[in-house]
Design a protein around this ligand. Structure first.
Ligand code: PLP
Length: 419
């Protein structure tokens, strides 16, 4: 019988997932670039968010590899505790909050990467059918996670005319949320936002905090800070804590923590969701809810990865080596960024303020057209609404001039095309 299973009465997959693309678009572009390179073409692949060295090999931290070697198989063969090993959770809370008093009001659970923490936030702090709120430029899996969990995603215009955070647009979006769903789950990805490399500065925070305080008086507010790239920020990566501290009590503060970038261990799938709740009873309810969600979703996380990362965070010698080695990677990125911004200025490309991290974006009137024109020249970037995302993390310094030339060509192609 030739009837296709996807047709009529023989469709066994329920309707909604059938309509979803199975491939993450970024991974699909990466696969195409890799295929062309393997076929012998001279391809520059600036799509994937993995930090590569100047020779195009994945950058690893030798001290982290040493930590992995130290952990014996007999320690890792068993299941990890559902919420994560207590020593791991303590170390992560210390890594995020340091001496801040917020550490004392924090509960934490282990998650498979920062993605797991985002999943827990969406499913624990939004009812089905409600939407999370984030900036108009955002990491596309935010949308995937929302869709997969029966939630939605709404945005506010990220930038105002002067290039700063558009706090007025955020305030309007908070009010819309209040009226529509009586709560807000706000995702802020700072410092080193993906895809722009933007970090909230003193001016942004000064305008933002009173807006959040007002919103917290009127609605149920949860603010999630996604710190996936924080360790690549210049200066103090924890500047945001002092700004959000006064909000605690009035709002719930979540942190999506990830070892993927900070320890250059993307495949280890180590992360954590931290929740700051000043009320002790609410804190325990939150701990129970998050633990239950872990059990009902992935059961428990990668034991080896969590033990190795704990070692990196708690062994003074290893911790110092990690800092040193990561510092070298940060400098590598900074050098690429300096070259990129210098050439981009000459080529009159328009981009948001870059402060560190793996990516920059270049504004264009037609992102698909820009990316397609660049692909014709063998250069791969990711089209996103209003811009293309450029992974400096995977672009060697010597390829930056080619990248900028291709970008200039791609943006010109978009401008010339009648829309
Ligand atoms: N948040 C942002 C903005 C990211 O770009 C990423 C990874 O690319 C993550 C969170 C989570 O990454 P992972 O699940 O690998 O920890």
């Amino acid at each position: 019988m030739s009837t296709r299973a996807s047709e009529g009465q023989f469709a066994r997959l329920i309707a909604s997932p059938t309509e979803r693309g199975g491939d993450d678009p970024i991974f699909a572009l990466n696969a195409e670039a890799t295929r062309r390179a393997r076929a012998g073409e001279d391809v520059l692949n600036s799509t994937l968010g993995t930090l590569m060295d100047e020779e195009g090999r994945i950058a690893v931290l030798p001290s982290v590899c040493e930590a992995f070697r130290r952990i014996g198989p007999e320690r890792t063969a068993g299941y990890a505790p559902i919420a994560g090993p207590p020593a791991f959770l303590d170390a992560v809370v210390r890594d995020v909050f340091g001496p801040s008093a917020l550490a004392g009001s924090t509960v934490a659970v282990a998650t498979p990467g920062g993605s797991g923490a985002l999943y827990l936030a969406v499913t624990s702090f939004l009812e089905p059918g409600q939407s999370l709120l984030t900036s108009s430029f955002y990491w596309s899996p935010y949308q995937t996670i929302a869709q997969q969990t029966g939630r939605g995603l709404e945005t506010f215009d990220m930038f105002s005319a002067d290039g700063g955070l558009n706090v007025h647009a955020l305030e309007r979006a908070l009010e819309r949320d209040r009226v529509r769903q009586g709560r807000t789950l706000l995702f802020l990805n700072t410092p080193c936002h993906n895809p722009t490399g933007y970090s909230l500065d003193e001016r942004d925070w000064t305008a933002l905090v009173p807006v959040l305080e007002r919103a917290a008086e009127r609605t149920r507010l949860t603010v999630l800070v996604d710190v996936a790239y924080a360790r690549y920020a210049p200066g103090d990566p924890a500047r945001w804590i002092a700004w959000l501290e006064p909000l605690c009590g009035a709002a719930t503060l979540l942190v999506a923590w990830s070892a993927s970038k900070s320890f250059a261990q993307y495949g280890a799938r180590v992360g954590a969701c931290l929740a700051v709740e000043s009320d002790a009873e609410e804190r325990e309810r939150t701990r129970a809810a998050l633990g239950h969600a872990c059990r009902g979703t992935w059961s428990n996380c990668n034991h080896l990865g969590m033990l190795a990362v704990t070692e990196c965070l708690t062994d003074a010698g290893l911790a110092a080596a990690v800092q040193r080695e990561r510092g070298a990677l940060r400098e590598l990125l900074a050098e690429r960024a300096r070259r990129f911004t210098e050439l981009a200025r000459t080529a009159r490309l328009v981009l948001p303020r870059y402060e560190g991290g793996f990516f920059v974006t270049v504004f264009t009137p037609d992102p698909e057209r820009t990316a397609a024109a660049m692909r014709q020249r063998g250069v791969y970037v990711v089209p996103i609404p209003g811009a293309v995302r450029v992974a400096l993390c995977s672009t060697p310094l010597c390829a930056v001039p080619r990248l900028v030339e291709a970008l200039a060509h791609g943006v010109r192609a978009a401008q010339e095309r009648p829309t």
